[in-house]
Design a protein around this ligand. Structure first.
Ligand SMILES: Nc1ncnc2c1ncn2[C@@H]1O[C@H](COP(=O)(O)OS(=O)(=O)O)[C@@H](OP(=O)(O)O)[C@H]1O
Length: 408
């Protein structure tokens, strides 16, 4: 039969064939081991890994890889603030679906003070937990940082304000930089949690390698009387960043946020005035008070020189994010890595968004709590507020040496 004829192979050829197969297998084994030694096999797709589960040596390797992954996950979870660390890792049970972004939120959704999902709860897909590429400036060109390396440090730079200025956008954009590591949630250490002590604060920070900058943002610091002295006591060298926005729009944005949480509050107009007929502004209302930037800045200048404070225009952060980010990177002494290539304007959102968020390959816009539609405010009230803020704005332009253009 044709079939039995073709199957007949002489013993010599069979021997050569067997030897060749054995040699090929040994070669492939050596190559795979070499690949793993360079810590690259952790990025292999799961299917590739399972196909190697045959030999004892490989199952050991795989076990190590899995425990490395677990370690990475644990590292991520360890960065959770105490208040949220109880959250289950079973997810995904809740996805905000808000940000057209890739991240998956595990456990019940928690929102930070600024209404954004507490980013510390965000567990990136396993493949993005592979070692982070460190900027050549600090770690040698192209080096991969070994797993678990680094220590938690107190922040060297803080975004201290202002509320509704665009602080979340700035932090999210900055996190794209490989030399910046930041806490997602607002720690509120220098205002609400100071009694917990610096060690508590440091524990909240992500691990950083030599040369990486640790950051956090809590916009209420800017208007907290005690904050400058406390931050200066932590380190006089702390770099401070303030995102400022037209105080009238800022006040309306602030009011819009409160209204979204408490729909029964009085109208913006009635909260603005102490006396509507005389037009006397109620400066004790926090939405108004926060916008008197010159007054708050005075308090900071008692403890920090002007050169240690950077003012970011909230308006320019929207119209030219790369330009403002360039200034921030210079101020932090970092290479200008975040450029206009990182942004695109999302027509639906009406804001610039990231082409790729940190630790993801997908586009990322901020959530629904950022870029809310403001209620219509009586134009006379708006004008009265503009008149009220004008002298304070002028003083602020003088102090900072930058004309923000709110009174044009
Ligand atoms: N890229 C991008 N996407 C979305 N939103 C952006 C962006 N850049 C700046 N902004 C403006 O940020 C405003 C919210 O400011 P904050 O993040 O500082 O608010 S908070 O104090 O942390 O609650 C938010 O205010 P509202 O528009 O009033 O919601 C935005 O105008």
């Amino acid at each position: 039969m044709a079939f039995s004829r073709t199957c007949k192979v002489d013993p010599l050829s069979r021997g050569i064939f067997r030897k060749s197969v054995v040699m090929l297998c040994s070669l492939l084994t050596s190559l795979f081991l070499l690949y793993c030694v360079t810590d690259r096999c952790s990025t292999l797709p799961a299917t590739v890994k399972t196909s190697t589960q045959v030999g004892g040596i490989f199952s050991d390797e795989l076990h190590d890889l899995r425990s490395l992954r677990r370690k990475r996950l644990l590292q991520k979870w360890n960065t959770l603030p105490e208040t949220v660390s109880h959250i289950s890792a079973k997810g995904p049970s809740h996805f905000t679906g808000d940000d057209n972004a890739s991240p998956v939120y595990y456990g019940p959704l928690k929102l930070g003070d600024d209404g954004e999902p507490v980013e510390a709860l965000l567990l990136p897909p396993l493949d993005v937990l592979s070692p982070r590429r460190v900027s050549p400036r600090f770690a040698g060109a192209g080096q991969l940082s070994p797993l678990g390396e680094g220590t938690k440090k107190l922040p060297q730079a803080l975004i201290i304000g202002v509320k509704k200025g665009g602080t979340r956008a700035l932090l999210e954009f900055l996190r794209v930089h490989p030399d910046i590591r930041a806490v997602g949630a607002e720690p509120h250490f220098f205002d609400r949690n100071y009694e917990n002590g610096l060690e508590w604060y440091r524990e909240l920070m992500p691990k950083t390698l030599e040369g990486q900058i640790t950051m956090e943002k809590t916009p209420s610091y800017f208007v907290t009387r005690e904050a400058p002295a406390r931050i200066s006591a932590m380190s006089r060298d702390t770099k401070l960043i303030v995102v400022v926005r037209d105080p009238v729009t800022r006040a309306i944005s602030d009011y819009t946020q409160t209204l979204s949480k408490k729909p029964d509050i009085p109208s913006f107009e009635s909260l603005t005035f102490k006396n509507r007929t005389t037009g006397l502004i109620d400066t004790s209302w926090s939405a108004i008070q926060i916008g008197i930037y010159a007054k708050h800045l005075d308090n900071w200048l008692q403890y920090f020189p002007m050169g240690q404070i950077l003012f970011v225009s909230g308006e320019r952060l929207i119209s030219d994010p790369a330009g403002e980010l360039g200034r921030v990177q210079d101020f932090l002494g970092l290479k200008r890595i975040i450029t206009d290539k990182h942004f695109y304007f999302n027509q639906t959102k009406g804001f610039p968004c990231l082409k790729k968020a940190e630790g993801s390959s997908k586009p990322h816009c901020l959530g629904k709590t950022k870029g809310r539609t403001h209620p219509n405010i009586n134009p006379e009230v708006v004008q009265r507020l503009r008149d009220f803020y004008r002298p304070f704005n002028m003083k602020f332009y003088q102090m900072t040496g930058r004309i923000f253009g709110w009174d044009d």
